[in-house]
Design a protein around this ligand. Structure first.
Ligand code: ADP
Length: 378
């Protein structure tokens, strides 16, 4: 959308009124206050003038021949290049219904005739100030979006380029261990093992960082996705961990939704992987995945575990990047998994949250939109 925020020293106001006396009166009043004033006696010319050069604000009479004020306002609000210009209606029609109609048409404010000069000026100032603040917010928003995008790009490039040299280091460390075992005393073997451990940790961090930075970048289109399939894939990818921990994973029938399959597999995998990982060593992980349909047509997926749980104070932290509550020695990880989950869920216009009792277990909830058509067929 084209921003109408201007940096000219004098603010420009377009006054539209089919009564020449009113036009003169308002113009004189505004010029006296150092506003640049443009005048128009009818809506048609006003619209042409606004499209040619957007003013900072429009004072618009309601009762005019041919196109009235409401219609003029609607036409300007329908056009993305002019919709941000605040429009204040000025009218002798002074009943509640007209005011409602004025706001419904997109007007920012309403002044009744006969008006007081001070009131008109105060309302104009107020709208100009609001518009300035809104424009500044739009600019900040654009800057933030750009800087987020740059950061993700940076993370993507760095993690991608780090992968290859790291693989070489891990590979050569393995070769030394395999080909020259006789040259290594106990200390040297331990040092080599430390190098491999650190290398593997870094490898995992880079992979997680890369997958975080990649969410939303792949060209995967929205499609109908069978979540039974998603769940089967995610569980399949976690086979080793499931066997190692002797975890039991129970689940109910899953729905078909509109989404991005690869991302959803990653989401399910991260949540189930965590549910298995964050359990006390002596406890057999019992994971239960269920789903329910909310009245406002959203699916709520629940990933319940009997793990270590999360303290109340930490519940908000865990969805941020690099936030971990434990040492890598105890529970390996990068602290990027849940941030990736959040990004995936938000890119599906959904939400993610957790309820947990420390020492007893956690349930992660994922809310994803459901479409009526898919609910019937699922
Ligand atoms: P990682 O698993 O790589 O450490 P995540 O971003 O997936 O990173 O999780 C962040 C932190 O949230 C974890 O380090 C852990 O402390 C906590 N956490 C995540 N899932 C669970 C869970 N199911 N039970 C208990 N704690 C969890």
């Amino acid at each position: 959308m084209k921003s109408t925020f201007t940096s000219r020293s004098k603010k420009e106001i377009l006054v539209v009124d089919d009564t020449p006396d009113n036009l003169r009166l308002l113009s004189a009043m505004l010029s006296k206050r150092n506003y640049e004033v443009r005048k128009s006696l009818n809506s048609k010319n006003a619209i042409i003038s606004v499209k040619a050069d957007a003013p900072d604000l429009i004072l618009l009479d309601i009762k005019m021949p041919n196109i009235d004020g409401y219609e003029t306002c609607r036409l300007l609000k329908d056009d993305p290049t002019t919709q941000a210009i605040p429009i204040i209606f000025i009218s002798a029609l002074d009943d509640a219904l007209d005011k409602v109609k004025a706001f419904a048409a997109g007007g920012a404010d309403y002044i009744s005739k006969p008006f007081q000069e001070a009131e008109v000026l105060a309302r104009i100032e107020n709208q100009l100030h609001l518009r300035d603040l809104q424009s500044q917010l739009e600019i900040r928003n654009q800057e933030l979006t750009q800087s987020n995008h740059d950061l993700e790009q940076f993370a993507h490039i760095v993690s991608h380029d780090l992968q290859q040299p790291l693989q070489s280091m891990i590979g050569y460390a393995k070769i030394i261990g395999l080909q020259y075992p006789d040259l290594l005393d106990t200390d040297a073997s331990q040092y080599l093992e430390n190098i491999l451990d650190a290398g593997n940790r870094m490898n995992r961090l880079i992979k997680d960082l890369l997958s975080y930075a990649t969410v939303g970048k792949e060209r995967e289109a929205l499609a109908t996705v069978d979540c039974n399939q998603v769940l089967a894939e995610a569980i399949g990818n976690l086979n080793l961990l499931i066997e190692e921990k002797k975890a039991n994973v129970a689940f109910s029938e899953m729905p078909v939704i509109i989404g991005k399959e690869v991302q959803l597999i990653q989401l399910f995998q991260n949540l189930i992987g965590n549910a298995i990982k964050f359990t006390q060593p002596e406890v057999i992980p019992e994971i239960e995945i269920t789903v329910s349909l909310e009245p406002e047509s959203s699916w709520i997926f629940a990933f319940k575990d009997n793990g270590i749980g999360i303290a109340d104070d930490d519940l908000n932290m865990i969805f941020k990047t690099f936030q971990r509550l434990h040492d890598s020695d105890k529970y390996p990880g990068s602290g990027i998994g849940l941030a990736t989950c959040k990004k995936i869920v938000e890119s599906h216009a959904g939400a993610i949250w957790v309820e947990s009792v420390e020492g007893k277990g956690s349930t992660f909830f994922v809310k994803l939109p459901a479409t009526k058509q898919l609910i019937k067929s699922s």
